[in-house]
Design a protein around this ligand. Structure first.
Ligand SMILES: CC(C)(COP(=O)(O)OP(=O)(O)OC[C@H]1O[C@@H](n2cnc3c(N)ncnc32)[C@H](O)[C@@H]1O)[C@@H](O)C(=O)NCCC(=O)NCCS
Ligand SMILES: Nc1ncnc2c1ncn2[C@@H]1O[C@H](COP(=O)(O)OP(=O)(O)OP(=O)(O)O)[C@@H](O)[C@H]1O
Length: 299
């Protein structure tokens, strides 16, 4: 072995200095975001959505496509958390988001798996970084206030060059669907006012995280103005999602002993109609991120 090779090996084996506290936070936030997206992917039954069990209403993607995309996003969530901590303007977050979309498309060979998640979870990671840097307590109200105060105005005016062709903008015009943009500009009300209370109510009732995630997903489906649903199913598809989700909740959600059969029946109906509540799925992952980040799991 050459001297240079020995030196390189020694450098590799040498103990590393501990990461600076803020660097450790950005890494931990990124890992949390990925874990929440993975938890959404593996949750089952999820009406019309991709899981490890089946591809739901999707012909062009499966769990493997989502896993490849997740792996490609691991640095993005850490970078956007750091940018938030350093007080970045929304333009900088947007640049990181557009770069992450390109990485996702490269990893999936052009399939949109995490566009909504890059946006909503990216914003939350930035808000967590910002809250910590400013000494704001990591509570749901604190996070939402940071998000709105720092980026609310810019989010309300947010457009992306070349996005005129997006499904979201088309159906926003056609059906008046708010989509990801409106949701973010209002400080993710579906996450803070619907998903999180539903998740925590099920946990408080003594049921586990899996059931809490199912209840949160159905609560989100009943509320969210989901451009994915409008794009594929039109106004009728959106009404079906709302009605089916509300019926599941009215029957007691996962508190009903037959909840699994109900959720499976809903899954089969959505697959038959090619409906996929992808916006609600993204917001479920966002809900899990807020829950975990505000429960003392971060360094
Ligand atoms: C705003 C975005 C999401 C564009 O949305 P648009 O509605 O035009 O596109 P599209 O129909 O493809 O929807 C994107 C995704 O949003 C998700 N979504 C749909 N409805 C909703 C909703 N009501 N709430 C949250 N997410 C939703 C869907 O899963 C969908 O995949 C985004 O693509 C964008 O601006 N990208 C640039 C990157 C960026 O600015 N990032 C900022 C980093 S914080
Ligand atoms: N588990 C999941 N299964 C399916 N979609 C999900 C899941 N989790 C999140 N999503 C969201 O749903 C979106 C994919 O939906 P869809 O395929 O309808 O979008 P599209 O590619 O924009 O439209 P289309 O393929 O109909 O032209 C993803 O971008 C993602 O944000």
């Amino acid at each position: 072995m050459s001297l240079a090779a020995i030196a390189a090996r020694r450098a590799l084996l040498a103990p590393r200095p501990p990461a600076a506290p803020d660097q450790a936070l950005h890494g931990a936030v990124a890992r949390l975001a990925l874990r929440c997206l993975y938890a959404e992917l593996t949750l089952y039954p999820k009406p019309g959505l991709v899981s490890l069990v089946d591809n739901g209403s999707h012909g062009d993607m499966n769990a493997e496509t989502f896993m490849r995309s997740l792996f490609a996003l691991r640095h993005y969530f850490s970078r956007i958390c750091r940018a938030g901590a350093h007080g970045a303007l929304f333009g900088e977050l947007k640049r990181l988001g557009i770069e992450a979309e390109a990485r996702m498309l490269l990893a999936t060979r052009g399939i949109n798996t995490h566009r909504g998640a890059i946006f909503s979870l990216g914003l939350l990671c930035a808000a967590i970084g910002r809250a910590r840097a400013q000494g704001v307590a990591l509570t749901p109200a604190g996070l939402r206030a940071v998000l709105l105060l720092r980026w609310g105005e810019e989010l309300a005016a947010h457009t992306v060059p070349g996005a005129q062709q997006s499904n979201g903008l088309r159906v926003a015009d056609l059906h008046g669907a708010g989509g990801a943009r409106e949701e973010a500009a209002l400080g993710l009300p579906s996450v803070f006012e619907t998903g999180l209370p539903a998740l925590r109510a099920t946990l408080a009732a003594g049921r586990g995280l899996q059931q809490a995630r199912i209840d949160a997903l159905f609560a989100l489906m009943a509320r969210v103005s989901d451009t994915n649903v409008f794009h594929r199913g039109g106004a009728a598809g959106a009404a079906t999602v709302r009605e089916q989700a509300q019926a599941f909740l009215d029957a007691g959600g996962t508190g009903d002993p037959h909840w699994r059969e109900r959720a499976l029946a809903c899954h089969r109906l959505f697959v038959a109609r090619r409906i996929s509540p992808g916006g609600a799925a993204d917001l479920l992952a966002a809900t899990c991120l807020v829950h975990a980040a505000t429960s003392g799991t971060l360094p």
